[in-house]
Design a protein around this ligand. Structure first.
Ligand SMILES: Nc1ncnc2c1ncn2[C@@H]1O[C@H](COP(=O)(O)OP(=O)(O)O)[C@@H](O)[C@H]1O
Ligand SMILES: [Mg+2]
Length: 502
């Protein structure tokens, strides 16, 4: 049964359909039209409009309209194409003819033309269809991936879904987790709705290790992350000191580090302390006190966490930095990622993937802010694929991430974004994005994403599947609601509710 007939002027890219029954078509539906010699051509409804001549602008203003006959409902359709015998996507050479019938597309045609895999990382369903969407794990890891959306749209949730799938493949994972959202990968979800998606709850308690910094007292942590503190630069050290140094103090520190670099090449924090202690200036004592503070924090130790423990097969390391200052987070990220990339280049650790939450804080766009971790992340984005180190960046401020990093991500998962600058930053890098899709991005419901990938022909909309593990990014409920009746009785001001002092 056809859903309607093509009318008016058509071209190779788009046409309009007079819908026989408005109830049979929805925006984003896939439809098909027969065309010689290609056969069935896949198309997509991008917009539906409704009009009524009796109520056109002129008639509403000029005539007093008394009756209300039926509306004209028109589907605006974009042509996706068909596969030729070599498997390439082709648009019809000639436009469709007005009068051609339009039908709902079948699952087989949708999958074939869009190039949807039938195995890989299972991330959800094609929106409006019962068609599972799989990502190619090699493509995701080797060619990098970004998850972008405004807060609360489901970024961390989606990242969790992909991490669950990657954990099943056994590929090493390292997660930079500024808010402590990924420790929950260890535990199965208690949400029973997930069975609808043909999946079962699962916890990855034996595969995931949560590391915290010695400076934070984190009950979720399995282990404390300790770094070797080798070849720290003077600016790394400055970042590790909470208060500002005077110019004389800075001078002593920079001179000491430079001397060590020149004379030894290889040095650690203890060496810097000795070098500063050996200077003549009286100011050295205050610098020493600050260096001792860093030493005592335990972040740098003689028994550092080995990289081959952090990054190994069938394992994910989550570096949970909840409660740590952004500067210290950046230094730790820089040091860990530099060492990881170096070891991957030398093949000391296996190929794998680095995941960075809140990436705008770790590799900000130049001009917005600076971070010591920027250089190494930029290098991994541009060269990581050569060495088998993949990158997943997650951010709520796409406009504020280094463009060089974003542009290297061959798979983009975009959930709801409303900020115009962020939309611009995202759409610049997207192929096949249309004005209608941009409108969609602004109004996507939570957990629904636009997926654009260099190995899927056309951006598609995916309902991200529920998590098998528990989601750790739940926002804290600051105000506890009670039923209206209870609230009246309770009395209590805003603050007592906020801080739970009642
Ligand atoms: N695919 C999904 N299925 C079900 N619920 C979801 C999905 N994605 C997000 N949510 C809900 O939305 C909330 C916010 O998602 P989250 O990933 O924490 O947002 P973000 O990281 O973008 O700020 C989650 O706590 C979860 O309840
Ligand atoms: Mg989040």
């Amino acid at each position: 049964m056809s859903i309607g007939i093509i009318f008016g002027e058509t071209d190779s890219f788009r046409f309009k359909v007079a819908l026989t029954n408005p109830k049979t078509a929805r925006r984003r539906d896939y439809v098909k039209v027969w065309h010689d010699p290609e056969g069935w051509v896949l198309c997509q409804i991008v917009k539906i409009t409704r009009s009524n001549e009796k109520f056109s602008e002129e008639s509403v203003f000029e005539n007093e309209v008394v009756e209300s006959p039926g509306d004209k409902v028109v589907a605006h359709v974009e042509v996706i194409g068909s596969r030729d015998e070599l498997g390439n996507l082709r648009l019809p050479m000639m436009p469709f003819s007005p009068g051609d019938k339009v039908f709902k597309a079948d699952v087989q045609l949708i999958r074939k033309v869009l190039g949807l895999n039938d195995n890989g990382l299972y991330i959800g369903m094609l929106d409006g269809y019962n068609i599972p969407v799989y990502l190619d794990p090699n493509h995701i890891v080797q060619k990098h991936c970004s998850i972008l959306a405004k807060t609360g749209s489901g970024k961390s949730y989606t990242a969790g879904v992909i991490l669950e799938e990657l954990l099943e493949t056994g590929i090493p994972l390292l997660v930079i987790d500024p808010h402590g959202e990924y420790a929950s990968l260890k535990f199965p979800t208690t949400d029973r709705k997930i069975e609808r998606y043909n999946i079962k709850p699962k916890g990855f308690s034996s595969e995931v290790t949560v590391y915290s910094l010695p400076t934070s007292n984190n009950p979720d942590a399995d282990k404390i992350l300790r770094l070797d503190g080798e070849n720290l630069s003077a600016s790394d050290i400055v970042k590790l000191i909470p208060d500002n140094l005077t110019s004389t103090q800075l001078g002593i520190l920079y001179e000491a580090v430079n001397r060590l670099k020149k004379e030894r090449g290889q040095y650690n924090l203890e060496d810097i302390i000795t070098e500063v202690a050996n200077t003549q200036s009286n100011v050295r004592w205050s610098v020493l006190a600050k260096l001792e503070q860093i030493n005592e924090s335990g972040l740098f130790s003689g028994r550092p966490t080995p990289m081959h423990a952090l990054f190994r097969d069938n394992h994910a390391s989550v570096i949970d930095m909840k409660g740590t200052s952004p500067e210290l987070q950046q230094v730790v990220t820089a040091l860990v990622c530099e060492r990881l990339f170096e070891y991957r280049k030398k093949n000391i650790v296996p190929p794998g993937m680095l995941v960075i939450e809140e990436a705008h804080n770790f590799c900000p766009e130049r001009g917005f802010s600076r971070a010591v971790s920027s250089d190494v992340i930029r290098n991994i984005a541009s060269e990581g694929r050569k060495f088998g180190l993949g990158l997943m960046v997650i951010s709520q401020r796409p406009a504020r991430i280094d463009k060089n990093v974003l542009s290297q991500c061959n798979t983009q998962i975009i959930l709801r974004v409303t900020n115009p600058n962020d939309i611009q930053a995202i759409t610049k890098g997207l192929e096949g994005i249309t004005g209608n899709l941009v409108d969609d991005i602004k109004s996507l419901p939570t957990g629904v994403a636009v997926l654009s990938s260099s190995n899927i022909e056309f951006p598609i909309v995916v309902r991200i599947r529920p998590r098998r593990t528990r989601h750790g990014g739940e926002s804290v409920r600051v105000v506890k609601y009670k039923s209206k009746k209870g609230a009246k009785k309770e009395g209590g001001g805003f603050f007592s509710k906020l801080f739970g002092t009642k």
